[in-house]
Design a protein around this ligand. Structure first.
Ligand SMILES: [Zn+2]
Ligand SMILES: [Zn+2]
Ligand SMILES: [Zn+2]
Length: 124
C-alpha cells in the first residue's frame, strides 16, 4: 500500500476487528461456527496507521450493507486510514454512500461513493 507520507513516523495502532467484534471467529459461521475470521485471521485485531476514522460506508460495523460480506471500504476492520489533511467528501457529504444520477445521496445505497471509496473523507 502506498503511504501518502512515507516519512511519517506515527506509530501503528491496533484496532479491534469490527467484523468479528474481536472474537477472531467468522461472525456468520458461513463455513463453520468455528471458522476463523477472514478479516483479522483470528487475532481479533488489525494494525492501522493513524490518522484513522470510523468507516463511513459500514458505519464501523465492518459488514457490507445488506450482505454478510466484509465491507468493501474497510475490508471488514470497521476503521479506515485517512489522509492527514482529510476533509469531508463533497460527493457524498461524508456518508460514504454513492449518489444517484440526480445527485441524491441514497442513505441505504449498497454502493460506495466513487469519490472517496466509501471513507467519507478525501485528501484536501
Ligand atoms: Zn476479525
Ligand atoms: Zn467499512
Ligand atoms: Zn464520498
Amino acid at each position: 500500500m502506498t503511504r501518502a507520507n512515507p516519512e511519517k513516523t506515527t506509530a501503528a495502532v491496533e484496532v479491534t476487528c469490527a467484523f468479528c467484534g474481536g472474537k477472531g471467529r467468522d461472525p456468520f459461521g458461513i463455513l463453520s461456527p468455528l471458522a476463523t475470521c477472514q478479516v483479522c485471521g483470528g487475532t481479533g485485531r488489525r494494525t492501522l496507521y493513524p490518522p484513522t476514522a470510523l468507516c463511513a460506508f459500514c458505519r464501523g460495523t465492518g459488514v457490507h450493507p445488506f450482505s454478510r460480506m466484509t465491507c468493501t471500504t474497510c475490508g471488514g476492520v470497521g476503521t479506515v486510514e485517512i489522509p492527514d489533511d482529510a476533509v469531508t467528501c463533497p460527493c457524498c457529504g461524508g456518508t460514504g454512500r454513492a449518489a444517484d444520477y440526480a445527485n441524491y445521496i441514497w442513505p441505504d445505497s449498497p454502493l460506495s461513493c466513487d469519490c472517496c471509496g466509501g471513507k467519507g473523507v478525501i485528501a484536501k
